[in-house]
Design a binder for this molecule. Structure first.
Ligand code: A2P
Length: 331
């Protein structure tokens, strides 16, 4: 089993290496690739030192699987070249997610969309992954008619640049970052702005929540609207999710469903101040759901608070789970 990690020097890439190790994925040869400026750098994995290579060299090595987290333009440029030589690409960027023939996969929900002929598999956006983990069982049981979502996204969602800006503004580091991730101070602030603004006034993060959720849940009829905000939290995205279902439900039924869902942990005892938080979700693989309560303003309304570590289940862990699925069922 030959596995390449493209973007191995980045925030998500290095978490991918950590998760590959934790999950004891069987690897005979590991190839670490990044941009030309990192070629020759050394990274230690399972006690062995590896030299970072160029993406061209990684393609020439013909790995079985290439896990990408190097940004959308690198994915657009290189993923088809890997695919052409037979490599399965698991891509963490937004480049291929909405492609008609590209499976957009959260393994607990729709791994069956991967076939023997698939070569590029997209890892969904971090905010989408944690939300659909909580919503998939609800959709299956009661049908979802409409979703109103507000996200509170941490700065690690913007990579090293986001963490660098918050650390600098907090006074934790002295050297001025060469590029800032946000157009305003993020420390002691909340920006109603995650991703880039599009012509219709929404941001790319908000559009991803709408389009990717419909694709993963295989239901283009779900009405979805979202507001994505950036908050001064280092890691862990939080989401207020308002759900309107087609069928009536009891809150206790929803609680039992979520408690029985692998990968989801219910933390919901408000009188004991127990609810999901970014701090407690940090460095965990699960999606945490709480503040379960009926929305009395509509017939079948439900409110949820959903939190997960955006670098783990929102990115690295989900990608490694897809790689494991490929190893176990396709390769
Ligand atoms: P490098 O470290 O050489 O710049 P992050 O999102 O944390 O900044 O990480 C981005 C990752 O993607 C890094 O490993 C970075 O490598 C890599 N990367 C960025 N652009 C390219 C590119 N054009 N080709 C290959 N790797 C790239």
């Amino acid at each position: 089993m030959k596995i390449a990690v493209v973007g191995a020097t980045g925030l998500v890439g290095s978490k991918m290496l950590q998760v590959l190790d934790e999950q004891k994925v069987h690897i005979d040869e590991l190839i670490m690739a990044a941009s030309e400026r990192s070629v020759g750098k050394e990274i230690t994995f399972q006690g062995k030192t590896h030299k970072v290579v160029s993406v061209d060299d990684a393609i020439a090595a013909r790995p079985d699987i290439a896990i990408f987290s190097a940004g959308a333009s690198a994915s657009r440029q290189y993923a088809p070249r890997f695919a052409k030589t037979g490599t399965f690409v698991v891509d963490n960027s937004s480049a291929w997610r909405m492609g008609k023939d590209v499976p957009l996969v959260v393994p607990e929900i729709n791994a069956d969309t991967i076939t023997n002929d698939t070569r590029i598999i997209a890892n969904p956006n971090c905010s989408t992954i944690q939300m659909v983990m909580a919503l998939a069982p609800i959709h299956k049981a009661f049908g979802i008619k409409r979703l109103v979502v507000a996200t509170y996204q941490s700065v690690s969602g913007s990579g090293m640049k986001g963490i660098g800006q918050l650390d600098y503004e907090e006074g934790r580091i002295q050297c001025v970052p060469t590029t800032l991730a946000y157009p305003h101070q993020i420390y002691r602030n909340v920006l109603p702005h995650a991703g880039d603004f599009t012509d219709n006034g929404y941001t790319t993060e908000e559009e991803k929540l709408v389009n990717e959720t419909r694709k993963i849940l295989r239901d283009p009829s779900i009405a979805i609207t979202a507001t994505a905000a950036r908050v001064p939290v280092t890691g862990g995205h939080s989401e207020a999710v308002n759900v309107e279902t087609l069928q009536p439900f009891e809150i206790e039924e929803v609680r039992h469903l979520l408690e029985a869902t692998p990968g989801v942990v219910v933390q919901d005892d408000p009188l004991q101040n127990l609810y999901p938080m970014a701090r407690t979700a940090y460095d965990k693989d699960e999606v945490f759901v709480g503040r379960l309560r009926r929305d009395y303003s509509v017939a079948n309304g439900l409110n949820l608070w959903v939190v997960s570590d955006n670098i783990r289940k929102g990115a690295a862990t989900n990608a490694v789970q897809i790689a494991k699925y490929l190893i176990d069922t396709i390769l």
